[in-house]
Design a binder for this molecule. Structure first.
Ligand SMILES: NC(=O)c1ccc[n+]([C@@H]2O[C@H](COP(=O)([O-])OP(=O)(O)OC[C@H]3O[C@@H](n4cnc5c(N)ncnc54)[C@H](OP(=O)(O)O)[C@@H]3O)[C@@H](O)[C@H]2O)c1
Length: 308
């Protein structure tokens, strides 16, 4: 058996991963078995053995394409023992968590690893955790993620999906369309990189990584919910409106659009800048807390100015 060093609960769990031969499933299978857990993988062809492969699991981890997740949860849940826990790692959370709560009476948790199968380990990777039912039964798993260096961020399935609309669906569409444009225009990428700024290199690198992924995953991320589809259409309308200004060579309107968006970004980062200034000040003056800093601000005649 593999090293138990990171398994602080010191108990080996029987884990079945549906989709365990897929990219993320293999990754989780490898990391969980390294730590002493007994991992079985389950795929498309294994339904005839479902009773023995699923009925014995302490934890069922669902790692299948987004559009199949709910159907597979429903199908798999009937084989689970009542004391088993079920979790999924799908990139959307509302419908999978709802389906797990509906079809399984035991412990339920929604997880979303904010990384792909190319990362080497859990270290410094974010995992969004949506609690469902009987959270305590997942403590060993959450402790395992933390021991491996993950940052766990708690959310509700609804908040997660709302935020992912921007951080995943919109971002994927923006990059996807840029990549399609590069290909349509037959851009000489290598030549362009030879005279590029570091930010252009970064952007090309991001496109390279996007187009190294599965086309189905990219499409699923954009199409996963009706809200995502609507938001993407709305982004395309913004592109259209701005492109119209460019076609009309309407410099004044473009400047106006830029400046109103600039205000939006300044406001969004104002509190962060203020906090950075506070932290710099505390560091350089050896204060121990922001309260001390605030007290000092009241008393002090020094002319340190905070921008709000
Ligand atoms: N890839 C990422 O970067 C990433 C990151 C975070 C979260 N996720 C989430 O992780 C999940 C899996 O993504 P992936 O990239 O690993 O996908 P993938 O490589 O396409 O793997 C999907 C797996 O699902 C299995 N499967 C499909 N239909 C099935 C069925 N009817 N019964 C049993 N198994 C079935 C397949 O089994 P067979 O092997 O038998 O065909 C395959 O192993 C998705 O929900 C995705 O949103 C992905």
């Amino acid at each position: 058996m593999a090293s138990n060093i990171e398994n602080k609960h010191n108990k080996s769990h029987r884990i079945t991963i549906i989709g365990g031969r897929g990219k993320m499933g293999q990754w989780f299978a490898r990391e969980l078995s390294k730590c002493g857990h007994v991992v079985s993988v389950f795929g498309n062809q294994d339904w005839s053995n479902a009773q023995s492969l699923l009925g014995d699991a302490d934890l069922l981890l669902v790692s299948v394409p987004i559009e199949k997740t709910v159907e597979i949860i429903k199908r798999a849940a009937q084989y689970l023992k009542p004391t088993a826990a079920i979790a999924d790692i799908t990139s959307v959370k509302t419908e999978p968590v709802k389906a797990m709560l509906e079809h399984h009476k035991g412990a339920v948790m929604g997880l979303h690893p904010m990384f792909g199968p190319k990362v080497e380990s859990f270290a410094e990777q974010i995992i969004v955790v949506c609690r469902g039912r009987n959270d305590d039964e997942f403590q060993w798993l959450l402790d395992f993620f933390k021991a491996q260096g993950s940052n766990l961020v708690e959310s509700t399935p609804e908040e997660h999906d709302k935020i992912m609309l921007t951080t995943q669906a919109i971002r994927h569409f923006a990059r996807f369309s840029l990549g399609v444009f590069f290909a349509e225009e037959n851009i000489d990428i290598q030549r362009s990189l030879s005279m590029a700024s570091p930010t252009y290199k970064q952007e090309v690198d991001i496109l390279k990584r996007l187009f190294a992924q599965s086309s189905h995953l990219c499409a699923d991320i954009m199409l996963a919910t009706e809200e995502r589809c609507k938001a993407i259409v709305s982004l395309a309308e913004t592109y259209g409106r701005l492109a119209q200004l460019v076609a009309q060579k309407d410099r004044a309107e473009l400047v106006k659009e830029f400046e109103s968006t600039q205000k939006f970004f300044n406001q969004a980062f104002a509190s962060e800048e203020k906090q950075n200034k506070v932290e710099d000040y505390l560091r350089s003056n050896s204060f121990t807390s922001q309260e001390n800093f605030d007290e000092e601000q009241k008393d002090s005649s020094n002319n340190f100015v905070l921008t709000s």
